[in-house]
Write a protein that binds this ligand. Sequence first.
Ligand code: AHR
Length: 666
Amino acid sequence: TTVSVSATASHPIPTTLWGQMFEDISHVRESVRIFFKGLNPPRAGMEDCTPNCSKIALFNKLPQHCNKDTTAALNAWLPIGESSINVVADPSPLSSALPNSLVLVIPPNVKRDVGFANTGYWGINFVKDTQYTASLNYRVPAFLSPLNSPPTLTISLLAEDGSTLAAHSTELALVDGWTEVDIVLTPDRTPPSLANRFAVTVSNATHTSPAGIEVHFALLSLFPPTFKGRKNGMRTDIAQALADAKPAFFRFPGGNNLEGQTTATRWQWRNTVGPLSQRPGRVGDWSYINTDGLGLLEYLHWCEDLDMEPFMAVWDGYSLGGSSVTGDALGPFIAEAIEQINFVIGDPNTSEAAALRASLGHAEPFKLRFVEIGNEDFVGQAPGTVASRWNWFATNLSATFPQLHFMATSRSSGPALTPTPEIYDAHNGLRQTHSYTTLCRLRNGIKFFEGEYASTSTNSSNLYGTPEQGRLLWPTVAASVGEAAFMMGFERNADIVFSSSYAPLLGHVNNSQWTPNLVGFDAGKVYKSTSYHVQKVRTAPSPPLLTATPQLFANNRGDEYLPSTLPNNSTSATLIWSVTRWTATNQLIIKISNSAAASQDLTFVLPFESVSSVGSLELLTGAATTSNTPAAPDLIAPVASRIPVGTIFNYTAPATSFSIITLTAQ
Ligand code: AHR
């Protein structure tokens, strides 16, 4: 195959082309940051209460989310010694947002330490000489018999064999009001497994009260070191993996998890900001409770830390149960969206929401240009979705924030919307690389955000079935090479495709509601998939030749697109290429996806007087069905080398491969 490249660019490559999409799915929101289940024991215990709990929540005026007094509410919490533990609706709770407490009952005449432990998000990783920040709140309601001496409260980190890695003791305050304890624990060794525990025990509590002494606990947490030392921030290893992919934007908070099964259980920004004790959490859309400890302000800090543009979504009247709020009834929800945006960019002198932001330490507005209205609503297409919602939200929000760009969440094939959206988040799904050359050109003048795509299955007639039906558990080399071809379609059509993001971004490998995910993790490690390696894109020109670490897509964006011989436009095409250029350095970036089971030869013809004789090659290849998994996390990784290039040069793309050739040409 001969590929003739034009010297003249046809369109710029937008800076926003490659980014990341985040939602709380597969337990990512808590387990990317804290080390055990939930910030509040009741919610911790509710983790594995399945949809029945959401039904209960519908009838429960308090944000209880789940049945108290059940063993399910104690999931991941274990009693220590002769104690009993339970989750109760506390008559004097830590806050109205957190009405439940974990109650430790110390029986009379107890001889040994009593307490409870938490087993974490399927394990806890402790590393020698690393600082872990623990905090909890407790109160001791009235007790009847005096103690001989004050009891001691000990917070410790335990290894699987029960030995102590680190501990801190303090006198237990025998007062009924809430006492907060914040300490740092540093393990003296690295235990051999992840089956470790966080423990809270009371010593020296011998008493004779027949009913036992109660100690109520709330808002317990244990943080490992966080990215850039952010309080309430992200686990450093996961954060670093995301940062290394150099995303230009961050789409949040969903995904389906924005929507709620009902209007009442939608994501609500106000419940996610302020002190953790004021965040009630909610029944999320992926069968577990969200604590909302990672809230709107933390998302915005994360954007600042990685220099990403927020692509923030507002709830737009549709919930997953299949009903829409319509007409005048949308008023309060439009007001809620306006406040949410004001929290991000408003003036503290004129907006209460912006003043709240300032009171939380960020007086300056955050950077915000793009707001997404809803998630994947297919407005007017799916049953229960009502297209006029777009008009209500777009008209009102544009009038209030004329400087912002609003994205509609409808398919490109959906009904025409009024006013005409400037941008669609299309969720067309992974199709052939030419999707945007044909289908989406029908929407004259509209720009597209491909906000969620991934190769999900080997079975094109059942994309979301079971593994037996072809659903992928992990991205495979073939899947990732296919995604690369799809992504080249974005480059070729970057005059109308302004951004894209793979989804889902993250998944806890021990309890996942969706596969495949771009990055998997467990309590101790991060697993970068083959698709992650493809996604990494260079956001600035690299040195002319080899970079030390191979970086694929995102680190090789280029700022303009050079037309070249058009690849075969059929669904069976296996060889796809695309050429972009960094204008400042005259670097040409040639990407090639070969999804065939055999290698394929290409000859590139470059219309430039001076072309470097040596180029850099970054190559991802492997057996089509292989994946990076926890058992073999680094099986497939891009490899860098030098290859001969010139005004005319040959390249053999290996079977099932994605190649990036970088050279200088002028
Ligand atoms: O990425 C998983 C889900 O896929 C998202 O929550 C939803 O928007 C899409 O259907």
